[in-house]
Design a protein around this ligand. Structure first.
Ligand SMILES: Cc1cc2nc3c(=O)[nH]c(=O)nc-3n(C[C@H](O)[C@H](O)[C@H](O)COP(=O)(O)O)c2cc1C
Length: 325
């Protein structure tokens, strides 16, 4: 399939694996890229720029296809070494950067100068337009369904994607709630040029996370996610578990008095314990409503090939058959 996104990134299929903390290691990024999609290493999971440089080098050993690095700009006082991170991305010859969170404008000139394509992840049309204005090459439009941070507007993709299509000139991919060929074909119909998946790629053979995480996703239905940190305007969609229930109870009890410190114990620093040690109930970790559509743990190659074959069948047979009827 050829779209503006496959052309922009030099990939075979219009499928991107979004950055995921403690999931987006070289193994997963390389597996997605080798399967013809765009794999993405999560920059902030690496403790130092040098660690990220090593991870980029490991990924290059595993694939000669394009892959990207996610740089999430966090609203924190003690910011990570962003200049150092950008430098190793450029020096490492990475072709694509997925930015997320705060406005990446400060780093765009250096990335563009190095010929790196930038796709910014946004949860609102106004943010997508801003990304377009500052020179991003594409955007990833993340609906309310998404795992992770859906923003505060709560607009699901059935509305958000056509709205983005109405406003944007640069290409965009759908993100949030995407799992299969139905997601891809619907996204294309709504004006996207491809799709980005997080939770679906978490439940693949190559995702280098503990099996408990994959099993938890298989067992979850579309009813099993919750929104935490809403009162702090830093909403995160996570898989429900006893720790999440405690966080929500604290949020309710504290009301407007809630401070991050009240819930930090079960929100901050839990990813290594969840993803690497399999302690899935120790705190809040991102998961999309799309868990309700995930019933197997394929390889990335099986997943992407299945999506593309089913999408072709759906377009050629089911949809064009309706026209002939
Ligand atoms: C476990 C997990 C961790 C994530 N970590 C990040 C992250 O560090 N940075 C980021 O920009 N997005 C992160 N995301 C969001 C994904 O990149 C993607 O936008 C989202 O998962 C799409 O929604 P879906 O899960 O319904 O596919 C994460 C998502 C998950 C499920």
């Amino acid at each position: 399939m050829k779209t503006r996104i496959t052309e922009l990134f030099g990939i075979e299929h219009p499928i991107i694996q979004g950055g995921m903390h403690y999931v987006g290691f070289a193994e997963l990024a390389a597996a997605v890229s080798n399967a013809g999609g765009l794999g993405i290493i999560t920059g902030l999971t690496q403790k130092t720029p040098q660690d990220l440089a090593n991870e980029i080098a490991r990924c290059k050993d595993m694939t000669d296809k394009p892959f990207g690095v996610n740089v999430t700009f966090l609203p924190v006082v003690n910011a990570p070494d962003y200049p150092g991170i950008i430098k190793v991305i450029i020096d490492g010859g990475v072709k694509v950067v997925e930015t997320a969170g705060n406005n990446p404008v400060e780093y765009l000139p250096a990335l563009k100068e190095a010929g790196i394509k930038v796709i910014h992840k946004c949860t609102a049309v106004r943010h997508a337009l801003k990304a377009q204005k500052i020179g991003c090459d594409a955007v990833s439009v993340d609906g309310f369904e998404c795992g992770g941070h859906p923003g505060e507007d709560d607009i699901p993709n059935m509305i958000l994607l056509p709205r983005a299509a109405d406003e944007l000139d640069i290409p965009f991919v759908s993100s949030g709630g995407m799992a299969d060929a139905r997601s891809l074909v619907a996204s294309l119909a709504m004006g996207a040029e491809g799709m980005n998946m997080g939770t679906r790629f978490l439940a693949t053979k190559e995702a280098p996370v503990h099996d408990n995480v994959k099993q938890a996703i298989l067992e979850a239905t579309e009813l099993d996610t919750r929104l935490v940190m809403r009162p702090l305007r830093n909403t995160e969609r996570v898989l429900n578990n006893p720790a999440v229930e405690r966080i929500l109870a604290t949020e309710k009890a504290k009301g407007r008095e809630l401070e991050f410190g009240d819930i930090a114990g079960e929100v901050a620093g839990v990813y290594p314990r969840v993803m690497l040690d399999g302690e899935v109930d120790c705190g809040a970790w991102s998961c999309g409503m799309v868990a309700g559509l995930i019933n197997d743990i394929p390889t990335c190659e099986e997943l992407i090939s299945r999506i593309m074959a089913d999408a072709e069948h759906m377009i050629r047979q089911r949809l064009s058959g309706m026209l002939q009827g």
